[in-house]
Design a protein around this ligand. Structure first.
Ligand code: 4AD
Ligand code: MG
Length: 464
């Protein structure tokens, strides 16, 4: 039999006419027998939908083996795509030949009945074969593409910032150390570990953010963005924190906080609209099985402007809310997730961008406002999740930046290259970071960050 190149099942299902000879390949989702026939539901990951294969006893010499095929087995099928006699599908494939590539026995853990997300996390290597996770990862792929489309359309240059770095951008000390020093017998000098003998002749870490390096690139290329993995050794076991996550960080020269907030809001809307447009089957699945309110909420977010509110005013609202919060609220305290959720879900009932935070609770690089008390920071909060974007206008004045560093117990001498950017042709500039997984949680309604990353890393867990 002539070898045809395989057609993605997605394309076969969208065919406008019957096809005499077609080849598909994939994994058996279910198989059932009728007299002299076997019906196979085949999925190849290209779409949520399966293609129904009709295997006839009279035409297939290996029919006895086909009858033993069970869920999870892999096959290559050649035959004719014909209008389906049955309900529920337009096309089906009548097989001339079925090659059994890999069998699966009944220990295959993905059976037809629904499984809990917790169970599926334990088989993270097989869960992409489920409808839910196949859909999540297709949407993840689509939105990664949309990220590039959004920035490229707007003239941003894609830059790659290092994964191994010597600086703690966020100053929160949540760093994973990168070292080749022998842990059982480290070189010492005056009793302390001597990192000058380490691989990079200094202490290095996995990056928590590409921002500082992105600033250097923005002060040459004007508009840049990064999209890469970031790492935080934050010991918080919540549904919204991962130890390894992907962040998109645009940085713009000649741009103040307002321009930055405009871009962040436009970006969030763009990604939602993109998933709505390009992943209709997946979005329908999420709305049916994950979150009944999902589509209404997303469309509502698309239709309305986001709320903007200064931190001080947000704190006043929270104090007057009459709510009994677990954590205290007051000027100079961080907004906790319960506060963020009250603002977005109960009070404004839409995404909220909070700006101008007290300088004490924000990192050294943020621009000090004229009031001397606040910095030009912003956090974009969305219903159900809370913070999805964090950003700021950066301090572009050399003396103020050095002062900020000393206030944060940092030695300006360690950041000479960063300070040089303020010495030579400094300009006002701004940027933000969008947590890609948090965005995926918002778009899919999936409530746990572990379920929007193929292989999640969280405290105490780095299997697979
Ligand atoms: O607010 P963050 O810490 O901001 C920065 O890192 C800045 N340097 C960004 C910038 O201005 N270029 O982090 C940005 C976003 C958060 O709003 C959140 O969406 C996500 O990154 N994020 C996490 N996502 C998953 N797990 C974690 N542990 C996260 N920490 C932050
Ligand atoms: Mg933040």
């Amino acid at each position: 039999m002539a070898q045809l190149s395989p057609t993605p099942i997605k394309d076969a299902l969208q065919s406008t006419e019957p096809i005499d000879a077609i080849r598909v390949q994939g994994w058996v989702r279910t198989r059932r027998d009728s007299k002299d026939f076997s019906f196979i539901e085949l999925n190849d990951g290209s779409s949520l939908r399966n293609l129904q294969i009709i295997a006839k006893k009279e035409t297939l010499p290996n029919y006895a083996d086909i009858q033993k095929l069970s869920t999870g087995a892999s096959v290559v099928v050649q035959g004719a795509l014909v209008a389906s006699q049955g309900k529920g599908q337009k096309w089906e494939l009548v097989a001339d030949n079925i090659e059994i590539v890999g069998t699966a026995d009944d220990s295959y853990p993905l059976q037809k009945k629904g499984h809990t997300p917790e169970f599926l996390r334990e088989i993270a290597h097989l869960r992409p074969r489920s409808n839910l996770f196949g859909s999540v990862f297709r949407v993840r792929s689509r939105l990664a593409f949309a990220v590039h489309e959004f920035f490229q359309q707007r003239g941003f240059i894609y830059v790659h910032t290092p994964i191994i770095t010597g600086s703690d951008c966020e100053g929160a000390g949540e760093l994973f150390r990168v070292s080749t020093i022998d842990l059982t017998n480290p070189p010492r000098k005056n009793g302390e570990i001597d990192y000058t003998q380490d691989f990079f002749a200094r202490q290095t870490y996995l990056t928590v953010s590409g921002q500082l390096e992105a600033e250097a690139l923005a002060l040459a290329l004007a508009k840049v963005y990064t999209f890469g993995p970031t790492f935080r050794a934050e010991n918080s076991n919540t549904s919204r924190h991962a130890s390894e996550f992907w962040m998109i960080e645009p940085e713009m020269a000649f741009c103040d906080l307002n321009g930055n907030m405009d871009l962040a809001e436009e970006f969030v809307k763009y990604l939602i609209a993109d998933a709505r447009k390009h992943c209709p089957d997946e979005m329908e699945l999420f709305a049916t099985f994950v979150d009944k309110e999902l589509l209404a909420r997303l469309d509502f977010v698309l239709e309305r402007p986001f709320q903007r509110i200064a931190y001080t005013d947000a704190v006043d609202l929270l104090k007057k809310s009459g709510e009994r919060f677990e954590f205290p609220i007051g000027y100079g305290l961080n907004l906790q997730s319960e506060h963020e959720r009250w603002l977005t879900e109960k009070h404004f009932k839409r995404p909220v961008t909070v700006f101008n935070f007290p300088k004490e609770i924000k990192p050294f690089y943020m621009r000090v406002s004229d009031d001397g008390r606040t910095v030009a920071a912003m956090d974009l909060l969305v219903p159900g999740i809370g913070e999805i974007v964090g950003g700021s206008q950066r301090e572009e004045r050399l003396d103020v930046l050095e002062e900020n560093m000393r206030r944060h117990n940092m030695d300006p001498a360690d950041y000479k290259w960063y300070l040089d950017l303020r010495r030579y042709g400094t300009v006002p500039h701004s940027g933000f970071g969008l947590g890609f997984e948090r965005m995926l949680m918002f778009v899919t309604g999936v409530p746990n960050i572990r379920d929007v990353i193929p292989f999640a890393r969280t405290p105490g867990s780095a299997e697979f």
